[in-house]
Every structure is written in structure tokens, then in C-alpha cells.
Design a protein around this ligand. Structure first.
Ligand code: NAG
Ligand code: NAG
Ligand code: NAG
Ligand code: NAG
Ligand code: NAG
Ligand code: NAG
Ligand code: NAG
Ligand code: NAG
Ligand code: NAG
Length: 875
């Protein structure tokens, strides 16, 4: 006893000092996924920053501005998206600066094409809070930043005169639609412009402020000349006039994008460096200046960079590992992923141009379709404070527009991809933090109303927000070729995948209703609707010998099948698989083969529809073997874990490793698809930690981690939970571990008590502050036989098996009388019911017979016949 606790104390001390010395920011590789398709942003930013300062390449695709190749650079700009798809030219990238040397003022090459310059080989470098590169002409660029402001420094080969271009018109998308610039002799440049968002139909207006006159104690730079430039003629916009001493240009808003080249030009002497301070704002350029003055008051580079690194250290330190002994690649992947998962959403609090509100405002929900699966669940575990603000911003979006935002991109609603998937994080918040919502500043009744409104109402045009609830409620599925009599319009494609996502959205409302003690009638309704995905299950469609697939359906109920492999990576025929009207497959960015596995709230239903656990396993294996799995996109995220639902966590353990090591690495192509606002980063984090979250629930699937031990810190709860893996085996850290590698979970204990399952763990335990010990072994045969364990609760929850049982009624006279009433109806056989029922009533569905079950210790009673009376009497 004594010896044991002593060794535990020693272990804790060692772990603490290891993490204290770790300097976790040094473990972040900002260039992972910056080579192709990852679209990761490697520039300077604090966590959830509005200002994301980075260099922009001349070639497309350049969604985040940057590409780790030898393409030329057109400037260093102030805001960027992270990891997104959308317009391949990118969005934001506004108000770039560009350093020039060796030119005469009125003949400097200021235009975007003329000025573009190559970087010296291997010159790009970055750490959290800092970015630098050097051009072939030896001009060095550096940046560091705060939430809305920062510093950019150019170091030239000589003291000049050197020049800096301040570009008004070239955002990344080259979508200038009007704006203005004011240049003052005192070295302040104020800009405002309107540009198109990177994913969506709208424009947005943004402002910036540059100051070029640092205190003498900071720099000896002097402005020797200044002026503006503009295209001589829009037919030949590259022909440019530079006007010395000119202070203002104003271009009225135009409905079409302008090719205008315009901005300011400033010449410097007195130093070989030019230091620029910037601020950004979505309100006006005076606020941009005020932001810079407030956040970078003394132009102190070290102070800003250190504060940024410290902010990152705080975020990264919420997960600690022994960096000296764990696998170095896993450690680099972990901290680089944690980094990218906290770049967005962007904190635009006090910068909301659309409505006044006391609540936080966040941008870059781009899109909730991408982030609901992994980003929000990760935030729920280690970043609850940040998450509360983000959730509040979602709720405030509903408060002012009537619907939960789905794909807010560059401050405006972007295109809805599938369901209104912002519903899922809101349901998740209610489930996990509903009881603490007041402390966290989230008006939880508003959150619930936001869910209900989004689940019930249909906007006149559901292109950028909301769902086609008219169809969903009328048919219980999303019909193909239906003219909505309500007049509501949207983009009527992706019928099957939308319906399956609507079902998950309704499950989120159901879960919130239970967690928040809302009207049981709501719970019944949304439980029921969340099972409607089965209405788009076409038992008659077959593929590769498997039958039963999600398919489109006409209003008359007849299915409109498409080949289940359509839009899979091995589709033999070319199909359109995006949102457009040319998508006649019914699925968005995925195939029927893949979407037919997407019912995370009732996987047992799918296991049943696919012919039972053994057939389900065969089918998942076939899906991977045939190439239907697309590692680089969200619909496949949960697939490596799906064997859990067939009682085969051993197969998940192997598949997670296979998927991870074949698709992720620390290189510039180390992300298999778009990072998508951190979605891939959060996914990789979960794989490494050996968990996968079930949407809008407290359940996480659990497996064997890729680390021998780690801790998770939750600042709101004040807890640090320690995970350790007994028998951890580095031989398991590869795509195909050799037989005998200890990658299978043998037992799990939570604070010394055996877990009821080897397949799932409760959120309350993950953040509970205790010790979770996962014992692993290499005996594949034993692991296959053991499955999720012997207990009745071993399999992960599914609605169809009456699980997700968490309808906790408070003890109250109302419920006592309710129970008496039910007791009367149920007869004397269940006399024990009323006593137990005063404490708990569990609601759920049985697949054997539709209806509402009241599951009481040892009893399972069908109460569907008395349900309407019973529920109406409560409401
Ligand atoms: C850039 O890299 C590509 C591919 O490696 C190569 O073909 C090209 O010549 C390089 N261009 C320059 C300017 O170095
Ligand atoms: C700058 O102007 C001077 C004097 O007119 C001229 O000699 C020189 O060639 C010019 N330099 C450039 C880079 O245009
Ligand atoms: C613009 O340039 C084009 C082509 O050089 C010329 O035809 C046109 O007249 C110019 N327009 C103006 C307003 O100068
Ligand atoms: C710009 O203004 C300064 C100061 O008034 C003056 O010395 C200089 O000659 C002006 N430059 C031009 C090109 O007019
Ligand atoms: C920007 O969008 C608004 C509507 O969102 C529209 O009224 C306006 O004309 C657009 N402005 C430009 C410059 O495209
Ligand atoms: C977001 O910005 C607001 C306003 O500055 C600040 O109070 C809040 O702490 C920020 N949130 C995060 C997560 O940094
Ligand atoms: C949902 O309700 C409808 C209408 O009452 C019913 O037909 C259907 O069977 C219910 N679905 C489930 C899964 O209980
Ligand atoms: C499946 O095919 C059978 C036989 O052709 C038919 O009777 C049945 O209605 C079909 N089911 C569906 C859901 O289309
Ligand atoms: C249902 O509608 C589709 C599309 O209009 C049509 O092809 C099909 O024949 C209809 N089925 C029945 C049973 O009427």
C-alpha cells in the first residue's frame, strides 16, 4: 500500500517536470498539410485568432494563401481560412503588404503580377505565433500577432530607400468589389474593401489600419516618400500610375468584381528594417487602428511573440505526454494536430458588423458539416471555456437570424452542405455542460429553442441556412423531384445524405431535451424523427453481393436508386458529387456505400439492416478492401471505429492504425484531404488518444491509444484525467502491426473499478479527473472472442436497442402522480414501478416493436398506448 502510493507520487512528479520542460510549441510542425490539398495555414496567429498573418502564393489552389512549394509570393496578408475547400483561389488574404527594393518611387513594380517574387530555397520557417521567409533578393519577412493586430517586419539588404506596397484590391480571391484607402504623411494607412466570401454567395466588407512610424526606441526607419497607385485603365489594369503625395483613393461598390490594381506606396530610409503595425476590423478602419493601438501599444515584438507562444503553450498543455519517451512521430502529430484544431473558429467578438449583442461572435464555422464530428467534441473535453463562447456564438446566430448558423464563412452564411450540422454541437453542449450552462454564460433555454426552431422551421431559401423541414416532416424522408407547396426553395440535391444528417440533427434535439428536462413530448418526437433515416433504406438495391443501401426516394415512395459505388473513390463512372443540380446521385461528397454506415446514434439499426454483426463486419471489411473508404473527407471519419458496433473492437484497433499510418504523416502532404477548419487535425488527435466521439452524446468509443500515457486537463471542471496503457507496445505503431503486437484492449479500469465496457467510455470519466488504466494484449483470438466485454451494457449505445437512456426526472409530486397513473394502467403486476419511477424513467426505442418503453430496474414496459395522455398531461 505504502510503496504503491509512493511510486505513484514519484511518477506524477516525473510526469509534471517532463511537461513543464517540454516547451510544447517547439513540437508543433506548422507545415504539415501545406503541400497539397491539406490547405493548412502555417502563418502567425494566436488560438482562435481573427488575425492570421501569412504569405500568399501566386498559383492556385491556395485556399489558405500558402503552398509549401517554389511558387512566387504576392504579399503577406492579414486574415486567412484554415484547411478549407471552397474557392481554390482562397478567401480573405486581404490588404497584403509587399516589400520592394532598388526601385524609384514612381516606377516601382507595385502591381500583383509585376511584384511577385520567389523565396530562397528552404527559407520558410514557423513556430506557433511566428512566421518568416526570405525572398531570393534577400528581403526577409517576419510576422507575429495578437487577436486582431500584429507586427510585420521586413529586413532589406540595404538601408534603401526601401519600399512597401499596401495593396487595397488583391484579396486571395481577386474579388475586389469596391473600397478605399487613405494614406497619411504621418505613416498611417487606413483601408476598407468589399470582397466575395470563399464559400457562399455573398460579399463581406473588412477594414485594416497600418502604422509605419514606430517609436524611435524601436526603429530608426523614416518615411521618405508616400503616395497611392492605381490602374491607368481597367482594360489594361496592370498598367499603373503611381502618384506621390496623393493620400486617398475611393472606388464605389460595384456589383461585379473589379480588376483594379490600387493601393498605397511608402518609401523608407534610415534603417534596413521596416516595421509595420496592423489592426483589422469588420466594423470600420478607425476600430482597426484602435485595435492595433490597444493590442500592440508599444510595438514590442518580443512581447507579442512571447504572448502568442504562451497562449499556444496553454492550449497545447491541456494534453500532456512524456515527450522524451513516447514515439517522436506520434508526439509531433499530436501537438501539430492540437495546434491546428484551435486555429478556428475565429474569435470576432466586438467585431460583429451585423447586429449588436452582448454575446461572443465567432467566424469560420466553415462548415459545421466538417467540424461537428471531431472539432467540437475535442473542444468539449479540453477547451470548454472556448467552446462555450463558440456555442454561444451559434446560439446568437439563431437569435438574430432564426436559424443555427451552418457554414459561416468570412462572416456571411456559406452554402449548407448537408444537414444543419451546427445542431449537433449545440445538442452536445446541452448533454455535456447543460447543468453548468449558467456558469459558462450560455442561456441554455435559448440554446434549446435554437435547436427546436432549426428542427421545425424551413427558411424561405434553405441554400445557406436551415433545413428542408417541410419535406422532412411531410414524408419522413427527403423526396426526389418534389415541388414544395410552401414555396420554400433551396438546392434540392443530396436528398439521401441530407436525410441521414437531419436524423442526427434531430437526435441532437432529443438528447438536449433529455439533458435539459424539456417536455417529454419533444423527446418522443425527436427520438422518433431521428430514426427516420431508415425510410431511405432501400432493401432492394444490391452492390458487390451486399443488399440494402441508403437511396433516394420519390414522393410516391418508390426508390430512385443510384449505383452504391457512385461518388466513391473507385467510381467507374464519372459523377457529380458536390452540391450542384448536376448531382443526381443523392449523396454529397460520398457514396451510398459510405453513407449507408452513417447513423451514429443507432448503429445497431444498421447492423440489423445489414444482416447482423458478422455480415456487418464482412461489409465494413469489403468497404475498406474495395476502396470505398475515402480517408480525406468527413463522411468516412468514424468508419475505422465501426467494428465496435459489431462487438469487434479488435478489428477497430487494427483498422485505426492502418488508416492512420497509410494516410497521415508529418510531411507537407501529411493530411489526406482538406484539413477543413481543423476537422482532420481533431480526428487524428482522437485516433492517437484511442477514442472516437459519438455525436451529441456523452459516449466515446474507446480503443488502444498510440501513447503509453497521457493526461487531459479540463479547466472549467478543474480536473486532470490520467490515462495509462498497461503493456503499451511500440510495435503497434504501424499500419499493419505484426501478429502478437499488443494493440487490443484487454481491460479498462476507471479509478480502480472495472469499466462496464471495453468499447466505450463516458465523457464524465474522460473529464472526471481520475485514473483510467487501459490494459492491452496481443492475443487476437482472445480479443475477438472478448469483444466489448460480457456485460449487458458492453456494446456502445444505440437508440434502437433502447439505450442512450438518460431521461432523469426530478423527484416531484407531478411525477409521482404520473407514475401512479401509469401503475393503474399497467396493472398490479408492476407494483414496484411507481416506487422506482419516482427517480428515473428511461425513454428509448426497441427495434422489435415500435413504441416508447419505460425501462425500470429489471423491468421493461411498453407504454406506447398510454403515451399521448401521459405526455400531454405533463405539458
Ligand atoms: C519549381 O518546382 C517545380 C517542381 O519541382 C519545377 O518543375 C520548377 O522548375 C521549379 N521552378 C522554379 C522556378 O524553381
Ligand atoms: C532610378 O532613377 C535614376 C535617375 O533617373 C535612374 O538612373 C535609375 O536607373 C532608376 N532606377 C531604376 C531601378 O529605375
Ligand atoms: C483603355 O485602354 C484601351 C486599350 O489600350 C483603350 O482602347 C481605351 O481607349 C482605354 N480607355 C481609356 C478610358 O483610356
Ligand atoms: C511631396 O511632398 C513633399 C513635401 O511637401 C515635397 O517635398 C515633394 O516635392 C512632393 N513630391 C512630389 C513628387 O510632388
Ligand atoms: C454585396 O452583397 C449585398 C447583399 O448581400 C448586395 O446588396 C450588394 O450589392 C453586394 N455588393 C457588392 C459590391 O457586390
Ligand atoms: C474572445 O475575445 C473576447 C474579447 O476580447 C475575449 O474576452 C475572449 O476571452 C476571447 N476568447 C477566447 C477563447 O480567446
Ligand atoms: C414514428 O412515429 C410514426 C407516426 O406515429 C410511426 O409511424 C413510426 O413508427 C414511429 N417511428 C418509430 C421509430 O417509432
Ligand atoms: C423490393 O422488390 C420487391 C420485389 O420486386 C418488391 O415487391 C418490393 O416492393 C421492393 N421493395 C421496395 C422497398 O422497393
Ligand atoms: C413513383 O414516381 C416515379 C417518378 O415519378 C415513377 O417513375 C414511378 O413509376 C412511380 N411509382 C408508382 C408506384 O407510381
Amino acid at each position: 500500500m505504502m510503496a504503491l502510493s509512493l511510486s505513484r507520487i514519484l511518477f506524477c512528479v516525473a510526469a509534471l517536470s517532463a511537461s513543464a520542460n517540454a516547451d510544447l510549441t517547439s513540437l508543433v510542425n506548422l507545415f504539415i498539410g501545406t503541400g497539397s490539398s491539406g490547405n493548412a495555414f502555417p502563418g502567425a496567429a494566436i488560438p482562435h485568432a481573427m488575425a492570421k498573418v501569412g504569405i500568399d502564393v501566386s498559383t492556385a489552389p491556395r485556399q489558405a494563401g500558402y503552398l509549401h512549394d517554389n511558387s512566387s509570393i504576392t504579399g503577406i496578408s492579414l486574415m486567412h481560412d484554415e484547411g478549407t475547400g471552397g474557392n481554390s483561389n482562397g478567401g480573405l488574404g486581404v490588404f497584403p503588404l509587399f516589400p520592394l527594393t532598388g526601385c524609384n518611387f514612381t516606377s516601382c513594380p507595385v502591381g500583383i503580377a509585376a511584384r511577385a517574387a520567389l523565396r530562397a530555397a528552404g527559407a520558410d520557417a514557423a513556430t506557433p505565433g511566428y512566421f518568416t521567409t526570405t525572398f531570393v533578393n534577400d528581403i526577409k519577412i517576419e510576422a507575429t500577432s495578437t487577436r486582431r493586430s500584429g507586427l510585420i517586419r521586413f529586413t532589406y539588404p540595404t538601408t534603401g530607400p526601401n519600399h512597401v506596397v499596401v495593396d487595397l484590391t488583391n484579396d486571395l480571391g481577386r474579388s475586389f468589389s469596391g473600397g478605399s484607402i487613405d494614406v497619411s504623411a504621418a505613416g498611417r494607412v487606413q483601408l476598407g474593401g468589399t470582397y466575395l466570401q470563399s464559400y457562399g454567395p455573398s460579399n463581406y466588407t473588412v477594414f485594416a489600419c497600418y502604422d509605419f512610424t514606430p517609436p524611435a526606441s524601436v526603429s530608426t526607419q523614416k518615411i521618405s516618400e508616400f503616395g497611392t497607385y492605381e490602374s491607368k485603365n481597367l482594360t489594361t489594369p496592370a498598367t499603373i500610375t503611381i502618384t506621390p503625395n496623393h493620400t486617398n483613393l475611393n472606388f464605389p461598390f460595384t456589383a461585379t468584381v473589379s480588376p483594379e490594381q490600387a493601393g498605397g506606396l511608402i518609401a523608407f530610409t534610415g534603417s534596413n528594417t521596416v516595421l509595420a503595425r496592423f489592426g483589422v476590423s469588420f466594423i470600420n478602419s478607425d476600430q482597426a487602428c484602435a485595435n492595433a493601438e490597444a493590442e500592440v501599444p508599444d510595438w514590442d515584438w518580443e512581447k507579442i511573440q512571447t504572448a502568442s507562444a504562451d497562449a499556444w503553450e496553454d492550449v497545447l498543455s491541456r494534453v500532456t505526454v512524456n515527450t522524451a519517451t513516447e514515439d517522436a512521430t506520434v508526439v509531433e502529430l499530436l501537438y501539430s494536430s492540437l495546434y491546428r484544431a484551435s486555429l478556428v473558429p475565429a474569435n470576432l467578438t466586438d467585431e460583429n458588423p451585423y447586429w449588436d449583442s452582448p454575446y461572443p461572435f465567432y467566424d469560420a464555422f466553415f462548415c459545421s458539416w466538417d467540424t461537428f464530428r471531431t472539432v467540437h467534441p475535442l473542444l468539449s473535453i479540453i477547451d470548454p471555456k472556448e467552446w462555450s463562447e463558440i456555442v454561444n456564438a451559434y446560439v446568437d446566430g439563431w437569435r438574430h437570424t432564426g436559424f443555427i448558423p451552418e457554414c459561416r464563412a468570412n462572416t456571411k452564411p456559406g452554402y449548407v452542405q448537408g444537414g444543419s450540422d451546427g445542431m449537433v454541437p449545440l445538442g452536445d453542449f446541452a448533454v455535456k455542460y447543460g447543468s453548468r450552462a449558467a456558469d459558462l454564460g450560455v442561456p441554455i433555454d435559448d440554446l434549446y429553442q435554437a435547436l427546436v426552431d432549426t428542427a421545425e422551421n424551413t427558411p424561405p431559401d434553405w441554400l445557406t441556412v436551415g433545413r428542408q423541414n417541410t419535406a422532412w416532416k411531410t414524408f419522413g424522408y427527403i423526396p426526389t423531384d418534389w415541388v414544395d407547396p410552401s414555396g420554400a426553395v433551396g438546392l434540392p440535391t443530396r436528398e439521401a445524405s441530407r436525410a441521414w444528417e437531419y436524423a442526427v440533427g434531430d437526435f441532437a434535439v432529443r438528447q438536449a431535451g433529455i439533458a435539459l428536462d424539456k417536455a417529454p413530448g419533444d423527446v418522443v418526437k425527436y427520438s422518433n424523427r431521428s430514426m427516420n433515416f431508415v425510410n431511405m433504406w432501400d432493401a432492394n438495391t444490391t452492390s458487390d453481393g451486399f443488399s440494402g443501401f441508403a437511396q433516394r426516394r420519390y414522393p410516391n415512395g418508390t426508390f430512385a436508386p443510384s449505383p452504391p459505388n457512385a461518388c466513391s473513390p473507385v467510381d467507374p463512372v464519372s459523377h457529380s458529387c458536390a452540391r450542384g443540380t448536376d448531382n443526381d446521385v443523392g449523396f454529397y461528397e460520398s457514396s451510398s456505400w459510405e453513407y449507408s454506415f452513417f447513423a451514429p446514434h443507432s448503429m445497431s439499426t444498421l447492423v440489423g439492416l445489414m444482416g447482423g454483426p458478422a455480415n456487418f463486419v464482412t461489409r465494413v471489411d469489403h468497404y475498406f478492401a474495395t476502396g470505398y473508404f475515402l480517408a480525406g473527407n468527413e463522411p468516412g471519419f468514424a468508419m475505422p471505429w465501426s467494428y465496435h458496433y459489431a462487438n469487434r473492437p479488435d478489428l477497430s484497433a487494427l483498422r485505426v492504425r492502418n488508416v492512420l499510418y497509410n494516410n497521415f504523416n508529418t510531411g507537407i502532404s501529411g493530411i489526406p484531404g482538406n484539413d477543413d477548419s481543423g476537422a482532420m487535425a481533431a480526428l487524428l488527435t482522437f485516433h492517437i488518444l484511442g477514442m472516437y466521439p459519438v455525436p451529441a452524446s456523452k459516449q466515446l468509443l474507446i480503443g488502444s491509444p498510440l501513447l503509453s500515457a497521457y493526461t487531459l486537463r479540463n479547466e472549467v471542471l478543474g480536473t486532470t484525467t490520467s490515462f495509462s496503457v498497461t503493456g503499451f507496445d511500440k510495435a503497434g505503431l504501424q499500419a499493419t502491426p505484426a501478429a502478437g503486437a499488443r494493440v487490443f484492449v484487454k481491460s479498462i479500469t476507471i479509478n480502480g473499478h472495472p469499466s462496464p465496457s471495453l468499447c466505450w467510455i463516458d465523457f464524465d470519466d474522460v473529464v472526471g479527473g481520475g485514473n483510467i488504466v487501459i490494459e492491452v494484449y496481443g492475443d487476437a483470438t482472445a480479443a475477438a472472442a472478448a469483444g466489448c466485454g460480457p456485460g449487458a451494457k458492453a456494446l456502445p449505445d444505440s437508440l434502437a436497442t433502447g439505450r442512450f437512456p438518460c431521461m432523469i426526472y426530478p423527484r416531484s409530486a407531478l411525477y409521482v402522480s404520473m407514475c401512479r397513473r401509469r401503475k393503474r394502467m399497467l396493472g398490479s403486476k408492476h407494483t414496484v414501478v411507481s416506487r422506482v419511477c419516482r427517480y428515473k424513467v428511461y425513454l428509448g426505442f426497441e427495434n422489435k416493436q415500435d413504441g416508447i418503453y419505460c425501462t425500470l430496474q429489471g423491468f421493461e414496459v411498453l407504454i406506447s398506448t398510454c403515451t399521448p395522455v401521459y405526455f400531454e398531461s405533463i405539458i
